[in-house]
Structure formats: C-alpha cells, structure tokens
Design a protein around this ligand. Structure first.
Ligand code: SF4
Length: 165
C-alpha cells in the first residue's frame, strides 16, 4: 500500500492511516482538519464491506497541501475503510489465540495431503450435490474411500508380501 501511495506521489503524512475516523458522525478528518463525507458502502468479498469517504474538491483546492495529498486527481480524493462482518471479526480474533495458531500450523501435516489426494484422485474439487445432508454424505463417501485406500496401502498390501512364519 505504501508503494502505491509513493507511486501516486502521496507523501507519508497524507496516507490513509493519518486520517481520523469519527464513528458517530460517520466522517473522516484529514490531516488538515477537513471533514470528509461518507459516500457509499461497497461489498468487497463475503464478510467484508468497504466504506468509502470522499473529500470535496472545492474544499481541497484552497490548500497548499493538495499536491502531496491528491496529486493525480482533479476531483476530491477518496479513501475506502474496510469493515469485517461480526462473524469474520470473531473468526479473526479467534485465529489470534495460541490454540488456533497451533491447530493452523498442524493443518499442513494433517490435512494437506488428504485434500490434495481427494482433489487429484477422485476429482472432489467441488461438491456434486446441494444441501447439507447430501454434502455430508458425499464427504463421508470421500473420507471412507481415502481411509480404505490408506488401509490397503499400509496394512493389507504389506501383509500380502510377508512370508508366513
Ligand atoms: S488536499 Fe484536501 S483532503 Fe488533502 S489534506 Fe488538504 S484539505 Fe485535506
């Protein structure tokens, strides 16, 4: 992000983190004390919203700081503030805990090969059915197939090649 600002000629004292959010008034205050008005909310991706604030070009024209703040825009500059849905916020908070990070680190060792096998060998890249019960069924069939294949490989096949005592 800092590189993008540098490319556009925005100096560090006018980057987005130097703007102050006023939650009650739903406005942003720029480093020169100008109030930016709320323009719109946009859906970015699932669970994330972008709140867009904008400067009034007429307000900014009077300021000598304009070349460092919005050098490439004739209209007023805009800034989008990202807000997670409550569910995503709870999830992200949970993922900061040591327990969650431990599980996450183990994921590669425990689940990656299984996922890759299910995708590559039986083509389970997306479910072929709809509805929770049907999806659960398809998942269980896939898990059973994987477990049987592992059992053949690790238990059954070596027994075939073991000479009887
Ligand atoms: S150009 Fe406008 S938004 Fe930027 S610092 Fe100056 S008054 Fe604030």
């Amino acid at each position: 992000m800092k590189k993008a600002y540098a490319r556009r000629g925005v100096t560090p004292e006018f980057q987005a983190e130097r703007f102050v959010l006023n939650p009650q008034a739903h406005t942003l205050t720029c480093p020169r004390g100008q109030r930016w008005v709320y323009q719109q909310a946009q859906h970015d991706r699932a669970g994330v919203r972008q709140h867009v604030y904008g400067a009034r070009a007429a307000d900014c024209r009077a300021w000598a700081s304009r070349p460092q703040c919005c050098p490439t825009r004739q209209q007023g500059r805009t800034i989008a503030r990202t807000e997670n849905s409550p569910e995503v916020a709870v999830f992200l908070e949970k993922m900061q805990t040591p327990e969650a990070q431990k599980i996450c680190r183990e994921r590669a060792r425990v689940a990656e090969f299984t996922h890759a096998w299910l995708k590559a060998k039986i083509g389970l890249r997306q479910f072929r059915v709809r509805g929770l019960n049907k999806v659960l069924c398809e998942t269980l069939w896939a898990a059973l197939t994987y477990n049987l294949q592992q059992w053949f490989r690790i238990v059954w096949r070596p027994q075939q090649f073991t000479a009887p005592a």
